[in-house]
Design a protein around this ligand. Sequence first.
Ligand code: SF4
Length: 502
Amino acid sequence: MRKLALSDEVLLSVEKPARYIGGEVNMQVKNPNEVDIRFCMCFPDVYEIGMSHLGIQILYDILNRRNDTYCERVYSPWVDLDKIMREKKIPLFALESQDPIKNFDFLGITLQYEMCYTNVLQILELSQIPIYARDRTEEDPIVIGGGPCTYNPEPIADFFDFFYIGEGETSYNEILDTYKEGKKQGRSRKEILEQIAGIEGMYVPAFYDVSYHADGTVAGMVSNNPNAPDKVKRQVEMNLSETYYPTTPLVPYIKATQDRVVLEIQRGCIRGCRFCQAGMIYRPNRERSLEYLKKCAYEMLASTGHEEISLSSLSSSDYSQLQELVCFLINEFGSKKVNISFPSLRIDAFSLDVMSKVQDIRKSSLTFAPEAGSQRLRNVINKGLTEEDILNGSGKAFQSGWNRVKLYFMMGLPTEKEDDIEGIAILSDQIARKYYEIPKEQRSGKVSIVTSTSFFVPKPFTPFQWARMNTSEEYLTKQHYLRDKIREQLNRKSIKYNWHEA
Ligand code: SF4
């Protein structure tokens, strides 16, 4: 029987102990004594969120295909366990073997959003690994940062031994081969990092001198080690139909945010919204072939027992063979009661047709992301979605039987004025009016519009990267202004306003 790192007493005193025991369906089991490299992959957030992340599942699959490597996982302990681990000095452990992470060769941390940076420090502290890279010794794991935040690594550079800039499919095998050979040759940690710095896409902060302007922006960056290139080139996997895909993904015992098969149909986005980092850094748009996706769908549904398959991408409507793929999935799996979901469809006639085939119209709501309330501001952000598109799309949806719409907007976008904010209230009302244009006997009850606003955060490598971000006071004022404007609308009772706390 597996020995757990936490005693029954501890497990029974924390919320959701299943977060910490591993043993999930499709978990990799290897003998740690029979591998050369022990790698712990970390999503620095709570288990249910981390388990829903496709990138970790892809890397877990890539690394565990190697017989010489055992890749395990760790997520951020919740505050209740964090407290106990600190009090009892229990080192953070990997879910598979339950062994302390500090004894591993690598700790790979994916950085998906800046809000998790403090969790990274929590992971390092609980693991009893020195938080600063400069304080680590030959005994400590090499700490790698990956994911979209590494495109702007300087704010967190002190905590990482190196960053992997770009997509994980391309270079992990080369890194592990380099490490294994280095260990065999008796090379030091620094010597191994020097070799890793020579692999395209790897940024070892210790090998660069970075200077700053008075306002904190980077003035220059010079390599101080002959092995480190002047420029680090982002890694891109160009052929997504001939690469890794986790066809036996992990299935948790507790409900995760994403409890379905996730089929990534393409990577990148052909659009160019100016605030959107994903749209910029995952360029170019690359589709997976239809045959490849069909094969993955079969294997993943069989290996997991999931009853839902989600077609994931930044903008699924732009996948050139969406119609064929959806028809295939309906024909193959519809009778087996497998649901199909699309997180990111543009609302046009085809999408509505597809959705009415695969979703229960009465239960589902339609989602639009106009992002800005006025056409002027939508043009500024290059949203490429006109008022006509939105109203026509909603009109068609209402005629097909939908009566619930979710609208997503961003506040604080560059050049925003009061008119643009008022435009959010007006557009929400216009959509409701569109519903009431349908004769009463043909409508399905009342319409429900849920209007949500989030804040604009300028992101690196976007055209708006240097735009100013609003203060929390400004956001609060804007939220109150919009709330009051919604209250002035004819259909105010049909509009629910959700906002993020500033
Ligand atoms: S916001 Fe959506 S449509 Fe626009 S660039 Fe980003 S992913 Fe593409």
